[in-house]
Design a protein around this ligand. Structure first.
Ligand code: 16G
Length: 243
């Protein structure tokens, strides 16, 4: 029960209590939590207090509101270790999820300056452009736009890219992604991205640019990706340099 004489404000105490119910698994991901009115009655606090506690948990992405349907417990985020070079399919497999892709574009396109620079080719040289909506158990979590350049890469245009690109590269094209350089940035998603990802325009996303090198350390792929900020957490293991 909440303590009105406690120095912590009531909404804060309620927030802690609700957080515990989520963290201890009493309320499961995807489950609807009791209505504001029910929470007021259970904890004997005002509607304002409940609203403030719930809003803060929504802002922290522990809960989400579905207009007209109620407030639900969020699913845990997809954790991705930054120091390992993995494909989307491997990342999902490691989490027991089914990876999927909806191909939005698959064509030869002239390399834009940033693409040409990353792939170390001349501007406007044709590259294979693959834009895909990535799905985790059928839920859209990111958009990846890959640009590929290596000998005979045009043959990829005839492949099924709803499956793993990296598996294709290694099994059919003799291209093994071995190293990558990545840059992460926070961004607000555009109207187009919002529609594809099924989120509101302006929702925070992680914008990633990756250049992938093959076994000969030649750049073969340059990718611009947008991942849902509410579904991804990137982490790194750090160590000090020893002399
Ligand atoms: C990852 C890579 C992306 C690559 C894709 C291949 C990042 C930021 N991006 O999502 O560069 O094209 O995996 O996945 O990690 P796939 O083999 O499942 O198609």
């Amino acid at each position: 029960m909440l303590d009105k004489n406690h120095p912590l404000p009531l909404y804060h105490q309620l927030k802690q209590t609700l957080r515990e119910r989520i963290e201890q698994g009493e309320w499961k991901p995807g489950q609807r939590i009791p209505s504001e009115r029910e929470l007021c009655e259970t904890y004997r606090v005002s509607r304002m207090t409940v609203r403030q506690a719930v809003t803060e948990l929504v802002n922290e992405n522990l809960l989400w509101r579905d207009q007209g349907r109620g407030t639900f417990v969020s699913k845990p985020k997809i954790q991705k270790l930054l120091s390992r070079l993995t494909s989307f399919t491997e990342d999902m497999r490691a989490r027991g999820k089914q990876a999927g892709a909806r191909v939005l574009r698959l064509e030869l396109a002239p390399a834009k300056p940033a693409v040409a620079h990353a792939l170390q080719i001349a501007e406007n040289q044709p590259v294979v452009l693959i834009e895909r909506l990535r799905l985790a158990d059928d839920e859209p979590v990111g958009i990846e736009t890959s640009h590929l350049s290596f000998e005979r890469c045009e043959a990829i245009l005839h492949e099924d890219l709803s499956r793993s690109l990296y598996e294709l590269l290694t099994s059919k094209f003799g291209q093994f992604p071995t190293h990558a350089e990545e840059q992460l940035e926070a961004a607000a998603c555009s109207a187009h991205e919002a529609e594809l990802l099924g989120v509101r325009r302006g929702t925070p996303v992680l914008s990633i640019k990756r250049t992938t090198l093959n076994q000969e350390l030649r750049p073969i792929e340059y990718v611009e990706s947008t991942y849902r900020g509410d579904r991804y957490v990137f982490y790194a293991r750090l160590s000090v340099d020893h002399p």
